[in-house]
Write a protein that binds this ligand. Structure first.
Ligand code: SAM
Length: 276
């Protein structure tokens, strides 16, 4: 068999993964980074940016559903949604499943990721054709600092918090994200692995607590990200994110009401995380 290997090079995780590669589908430099899409027998198409795997067709639904559907179901009327990053379209696809959503603004640093996703990852990027979707290529932190728009939900779907994504987790940027929310708005951000990045998660939770009445943490089991026990930090101005406020009528593969209720870190583990 004519097979090559892809060694993931994630500087943010103390582990390396090796993928078997059946076919290189796209390998190019965008304006911001190196973009690779290959096909692996088990994982299907895989997107890597600067050598770091961003998603696989096999397990992306665990990540994209849990990043978006928990907050979308905890909010009674998520009409206006902002996605920062998320150029592959997976979060956009999930958000647009809801009829309650009237407008989605996506702000992605790298237009090349959107282009490649539209061309090579159709199961993720279908939402870009939806008239409710509005795309801006630029830095999320710049948009947050300058927009006059108000949102019900902000979703931070970024790369690891090194390089350009690090700015999205500063106190200044989280304050700006809280400021673009309506009075009962929510923010959810992917915040890495509980195994490997507890210090980072603790710090983000502490920062969120400065700007949000309620701060919580839900998790999902991912096969492909270093550390696997993945976290999503939520800051909410009014609603308890643990409580689903609308029945799940959209089509999902992992998310469900009982998954929602069990996805949050139990009190004893939250205390341990808080105390270090
Ligand atoms: N699910 C993925 C993960 O955790 O590995 C993230 C996927 S998505 C491809 C991440 C996107 O965030 C990338 O396309 C990257 O260009 C974008 N990004 C990184 N920093 C950004 C910033 N400061 N503003 C806007 N987009 C950013």
């Amino acid at each position: 068999m004519n097979e090559i290997q892809f060694l993931e090079n994630d500087p943010f995780a103390p582990i390396r993964y090796v993928y078997d590669v059946e076919e290189i589908i796209c390998s190019r430099r965008t304006a911001c980074q190196h973009l690779l899409i290959f096909r692996s027998r088990y994982f299907g198409r895989v997107l890597a940016l600067d050598g770091v795997v961003q998603l696989t067709e096999r397990d992306e639904h665990f990540y994209h559903e849990m990043l978006t559907q928990v907050a979308l179901h905890a909010h009674p009327d998520p009409a206006d949604v902002l996605i920062i990053g998320g150029g592959d379209g997976g979060s956009l696809r999930e958000v647009l499943k809801h009829e309650a959503v009237k407008r989605v603004q996506l702000v992605e640093l790298d237009g090349g990721v959107i282009e490649a996703a539209r061309e090579f990852l159709p199961s993720l990027s279908s939402g870009f054709a939806d008239p409710r979707a509005h795309v801006l290529v630029g830095r999320g932190e710049g948009f947050l600092a300058s927009t006059a728009d108000k949102f019900d939900l902000v979703v931070v779907d970024s790369t690891d918090p090194v390089g350009p994504a690090a700015r999205l987790f500063t106190e200044e940027c989280l304050a700006a994200a809280a400021a673009v929310l309506k009075d009962d708005g929510m923010l959810v951000a992917q915040t890495e692995s509980l195994h490997f990045h507890a210090d980072f998660i603790r710090e983000v939770q502490r920062r969120l607590a400065r700007f949000f009445r309620i701060v919580d943490l839900c998790t999902a089991p991912l096969s492909t990200y270093g550390g696997n026990w993945w976290t999503f930090s939520i800051g909410s101005r009014a609603y308890d994110p643990r409580v689903p406020r609308r029945p799940c009528t959209v089509s999902t593969r992992y998310y469900a009401e009982d998954v929602h209720r069990q996805a949050f870190l139990p009190g004893s583990l939250r205390r341990k995380l808080r105390e270090g």
